[in-house]
Design a protein around this ligand. Structure first.
Ligand code: SAM
Length: 243
């Protein structure tokens, strides 16, 4: 798999064979080959691309999506606010499309991520996405964690992105190491309230809820301003550290 960078966009090509038809023209891989990293290849219209190794974000563009995924702007805050070491044991639910667990596994290369999903169809998608990521440190389990809780103990971090997360806050406290983190992603403020109320009943410290607002700017014809379209709202992240 390779990514082709133009001055405007990136195309990630899974099996570089046959012809790639894009707005910049056509690339005939039978004639040009895909090349190696750093090579330049051109479309029949002469538009040039640099061949690079796909990074995680390029690969995510090729992954299957089922449920709403946690985007890089929110996933990156989890790493930044917890400072989680790269050899951590992390438990995650629900897997959804596996985006958060794959993102975390990519940074915690010496650690392990175990992700739980109750929906059979989503669970299968997660397994396919993990395969595409080539990461070996993620295990996907199919389970309703409200019915049967996680198997893991002495966990460095639990991430929850599922309805009813508040119902297992107390149990998560029980499996966390002292100093370990609980992180709950909630799209609605009513969910944040329920989660915060459960957190207060348990022995946590460093509790905070944050929202990440990212606004992209555009610059053309010599004028610069924020783009008027974009991801306006995703969700809130609530952090709590076991006392
Ligand atoms: C919004 S998605 C998670 C997206 C995921 N964080 C990602 O980045 O791809 C929520 C998922 O939680 C799952 N879920 C809801 N309740 C669950 C439960 N009790 N046990 C396991 N999974 C559950 C849903 O089926 C859904 O796939």
């Amino acid at each position: 798999m390779k990514s082709l960078l133009s001055k405007k966009r990136v195309y990630t090509v899974k099996n570089p064979e046959g012809k790639l038809k894009i707005s910049e023209g056509e690339i005939d891989f039978e004639k040009t080959g895909i090349g190696k990293n750093g090579d330049k290849i051109k479309t029949h219209k002469g538009k040039e691309f640099t061949v690079v190794e796909p990074n995680l974000i390029d690969l995510m563009g090729k992954m299957k999506r089922g449920a709403q995924v946690i985007t890089p702007k929110d996933a990156s805050l989890i790493l930044a606010y917890t400072g989680i070491p790269s050899d951590s044991l992390i438990v995650d639910a629900g897997s959804g499309s596996g985006f958060l667990s794959i993102f975390l596994a990519n940074y915690c290369k010496e650690g392990k991520i175990v992700t739980y999903e109750r929906n059979e169809e989503f669970h299968k998608k997660v397994i396919e996405n993990i395969k595409l990521s080539c990461l070996k440190n993620i295990e996907a389990k199919k389970r309703d964690v409200l019915k049967k809780f996680f198997d893991e103990k002495d966990v460095d971090m639990v991430t929850l992105d599922m309805k009813g997360a508040e119902k297992i806050v107390s149990k998560c406290h029980g499996i966390l190491k002292s100093g370990g983190w609980l992180v709950v992603y909630s799209p609605h403020i009513e969910q944040v309230e329920k989660v915060r109320s459960e957190i207060e009943k348990n022995d946590f410290t460093q509790v905070r809820t944050v929202e990440s607002i990212v606004r992209e700017w555009k610059s053309d014809y010599g004028f610069t301003r924020p783009k008027n379209k974009g991801l306006v709202h995703t969700g809130w992240l609530t952090f709590a550290r076991k006392f």
